[in-house]
Design a protein around this ligand. Structure first.
Ligand code: AMP
Ligand code: FE
Ligand code: FE
Ligand code: ZN
Length: 294
């Protein structure tokens, strides 16, 4: 097989954050899906890395990563939520460990308040049951509450729970105190990692940053731009690809797999092998993990 046959998915979530596969199940599923390279990018935690590594099938390469919850100016003076993918950074970096712990604590507190507000309004949601059902110290997110709403019969599925109650701008949505994206780039770069702005123009998710903001992030050391993402339509992909080329950002592609919390399959979107090799060449915080090679 030539190097160009590699199938590479650089954005997935396990049950350590808001996916439904355990890290071990996820790497086995990635192998089954015919992937050669998969990045595990749980929200705000590196906890799944060791479990995924321990279960890695022969021939599959694991890219240790995280999707950082960040805040950015949108280019028009408004603060909005952005997600920053980080790969191959040193997971023992004090700055990163401390910030990720803060984010996880903040996520849990916010999820409880959202559930309390629903209970106060008479909806059949029990904040205590929700919180006690979450894995300890996990980066809990709205999908966990969405599942509870589905179980309570308030929504047909997770998507409807977002549409009715939890989506940005819906009645029970609460923002988080996320990391300013420039600070996140700084701490990841200092820890030897590379950064890719996730689903930057996924307009269906809420407000997005302007091209000028992305240009500023590129000047700040951003490495890449996620171009092929399920939430980007063809015209948006064209625009992002052109922007990436102009700003010398690496254009990546990935499924943003969340198990059964979303309907997108592993490998539904992929990254060009040459782009991947360049991304890896720029990182020095931690090594790729190759299954069957110890
Ligand atoms: P949180 O991190 O708690 O703000 O929740 C954000 C997560 O919820 C995202 O990473 C997605 O996995 C999921 N999500 C966001 N918007 C939607 C939506 N409209 N429908 C389904 N899932 C969504
Ligand atoms: Fe998610
Ligand atoms: Fe994301
Ligand atoms: Zn994601």
């Amino acid at each position: 097989m030539s190097a160009h046959d590699r199938r590479i998915d650089l954005h997935t979530h396990s049950s350590i954050s808001d996916g439904t596969d355990t890290p071990a199940e996820l790497v086995l599923a990635a192998d089954k899906a015919g992937l050669d390279v998969v990045a595990l990018t749980d929200h705000d935690t590196t906890e799944g890395w060791s479990q995924a590594a321990a279960a890695l099938p022969a021939g599959l390469t694991l890219v240790p990563g995280v999707e950082f919850s960040c805040v950015s100016d949108n280019g028009h003076g408004r603060k909005i939520s952005v997600h920053l993918l980080a790969y191959l950074f040193d997971p023992t970096s004090e700055t990163i460990v401390t910030e990720q712990r803060r984010l996880r604590v903040e996520r849990r507190a916010r999820l409880r308040v959202m559930a309390e507000r629903m209970a106060d309004d008479g909806l059949p949601v029990d904040p205590d049951t929700l919180m006690s059902g979450l894995p300890e110290d996990s980066p809990a997110g709205r999908p966990h509450l969405a599942r509870a709403l589905v179980e309570a019969g308030l929504a047909a599925d997770v998507n409807e729970a977002f549409a009715l109650y939890l989506g940005n701008g819906r009645g029970y949505y609460l923002p988080r105190t996320d990391t300013p994206v420039e600070e996140a780039i700084d701490m990841i770069t200092a820890a030897g990692g590379v950064t890719v702005l996730a689903h930057a123009w996924a307009h269906s998710r809420g407000p997005t940053v302007s091209a000028e903001v992305i240009e500023g992030l590129a000047e700040h050391g951003l490495t890449g731009l996620e171009v092929d993402h399920p939430n980007h339509d063809p015209a948006t992909r064209d625009d992002l690809r052109a922007l990436a080329a102009r700003l010398d950002l690496l254009p990546t592609g990935s499924s943003d797999y969340h198990g059964t919390n979303k309907s997108i399959a592993l490998g539904a979107e992929t990254t060009d092998p040459d782009v991947f090799d360049e991304l890896v060449a720029r990182a020095r915080g931690t090594a790729l993990l190759v299954g069957g090679r110890r």
